[in-house]
Design a protein around this ligand. Structure first.
Ligand SMILES: [Zn+2]
Ligand SMILES: [Zn+2]
Length: 183
């Protein structure tokens, strides 16, 4: 069995418009995500349906890609560990350049510039970056999720009056003092 990375659904032929500035093509495709897109806590799972709606515009530097990647991310609530599902519509854009960017100032290396071999654009990296910026660092099942009891792990959502008589009142006074300081 030979590996065929060139069959990645993220690779889109642009041969017909390459080096013909002013021409463009529209791509609208849906396919199962070939790998997880996201972080440890939330991401688009492998196999989840991913829709790409992008335009490829031929420009003098190469191909300018812009559009949207749409899918559903699945993660875990950072407070109660429940499953979190999040609709993602990530704005995708980047330049696929025929030549490496000019200038050798490393500090000014342009973002959103990718390699273009004159044949196909590989949108995997630009989509991966776009999706990552749409995902929360700490996913929550809802904004006011009360989370779990730090004493026993009970779901505070199902038991809002839940309490333990273990906190020394002097300690809780001290705790609210430090919280005031921090805020
Ligand atoms: Zn939660
Ligand atoms: Zn408890």
């Amino acid at each position: 069995m030979s590996q065929r990375p060139e069959s990645s659904p993220f690779r889109i032929s642009a041969r017909d418009i390459a080096r013909r500035p002013g021409t463009q093509k529209l791509v609208s495709e849906s396919f199962p995500a070939p790998a997880v897109l996201g972080t440890d806590v939330i991401g688009i799972p492998e196999g989840a349906e991913l829709s790409l709606d992008v335009s490829l515009e031929s420009v003098s530097e190469g191909i300018w890609v812009s559009g949207t990647a749409t899918s559903q991310a699945v993660g875990e609530c950072g407070r109660c560990l429940d499953e979190v599902r999040l609709q993602v519509a990530a704005p995708v854009q980047g330049l696929f350049a025929l030549e490496p960017a000019e200038g050798d100032d490393e500090d000014e290396e342009p973002e959103d510039v990718f390699e273009f071999d004159g044949e196909t654009v590989d949108l995997e990296e630009v989509v991966r970056d776009a999706v990552a910026t749409q995902l929360p660092f700490t996913p929550l099942c809802r904004p006011d999720c009360p989370g779990l009891c730090d004493q026993c792990g009970a779901r505070l959502d199902q038991d809002p009056d839940h309490a333990h008589d273990v906190i020394d009142p002097r300690w809780s006074a001290l705790q609210s003092l430090t919280e005031e300081k921090e805020s």
